[in-house]
Design a binder for this molecule. Sequence first.
Ligand code: GDP
Length: 451
Amino acid sequence: MFATLSDRLTSTFKHLRTRGRLSEADIDATVREIRRALLDADVAVSVVREFTGKVRERALSAEVSGALNPAQQVVKIVNDELVAILGGDARGLNLAKNPPTVIMLAGLQGAGKTTLAGKLAVHLREQGHTPLLVAADLQRPNAVTQLKVVGERAGAPVYAPHPGVAGEDEVPTGDPVAVARAGVETARSRQHDVVIIDTAGRLGIDAELMTQASEIREATQPDEVLFVIDAMIGQDAVTTARAFADGVGFTGVVLSKLDGDARGGAALSVASVTGRPILFASTGEKLTDFEPFYPDRMASRILDMGDVLTLIEQAEKAFDADEAERMANKLAGGEDFTLEDFLVQMQGMRNMGSMKKMLGMLPGMGQMREALESFDEREVDRIEAIVRSMTPAERRNPKLINGSRRARIAKGSGSTTTAVNQLLERFAGAQKMMKQMARGGGGGMPGMGAL
Ligand code: GDP
């Protein structure tokens, strides 16, 4: 999902990471690279222009921050602006006060509407709703049958016309508007609290399609009109979205086929271009390949920065504020970071929940997914056992730890002298880093450098 864009953006930031201060020329060069990455990913030109303009302006006026170095600040700005073009705050489905809630699906043929009807039904059923699917796509041969199959898999009944048969339900045939209207009535009488209307699409935008969709909208007064857009169609996504926005109007967007490796950037422009939020993402052919869309999480994924904000929030909760301040003062005063401090921080880490989950929130972990998968939680236990087997004096001054002390510590912690050596080496590295950080002033989170 947006892998190429993600790689391009993160490599842009890599150039920034080593620099201490950003000049206007640095910022301009970065903004140029961001612009190219977005355009190459098919993000709409108008969106790119606005985006890069804002990033440049904010980067130039960025205040000196104690918490973030200049490079991190640029990443944060890009993140904020990405969240904004993706629609800002996440929003769920608008449910009607007086059921049934009517949801109409619109989009081109092949966009993924019928599949989405099933996915939505599963999603809604999980939340205790009783959706009814309505087959108002009478254009495409097999569309009705396809919806019936999908409905069956999703465990939701389907209201569908029987061509040529005046069935017991007296389902009107041939007229999608009448089918849609009757479908809503049926939902009401059978007490389904949500109706999902699947409508016909064409291979391209045409007037007849727009008229029909508008008529269905008019007849059923939907609470939500969801425009389904295939993320793989590239630049056409924006044109199509504009045409539907003008021709039918919609209340929300669903991005489908986000599992494809297409450039996908056009889909990212849809919210910004139409001013309508993206509600869901479809990520495969299975009914469970579906997720609510969170602009902030998507931005983090694209920037491979993990969920840093959540991480910081959790860190603030987990690390005692007084303790953090004591540590900061200590380091600022030129004192050494000791194994005792290390132990205190280890406990803080534990409070933050599983190490794996935490590491997953750290920036750059996208490229380390494999390492993360093989990360062994018990490693933390082993490290803690080793540190606990040391005397307080040893923790304060690891130089005391000679051969016989090493053997004693290894024995006491049920590990090996090699493991003790490794830990001491890693600790020495962390200590050096903490010293540099203290000298540099800020530029990281207290404690994070220790691992
Ligand atoms: P409709 O014409 O808009 O109703 O589109 P369909 O629901 O029939 O989907 C068209 C094709 O795209 C089908 O083969 C679906 O299985 C496939 N499809 C739908 N959603 C996704 C998705 O999120 N990912 C992938 N890879 N395929 C999808």
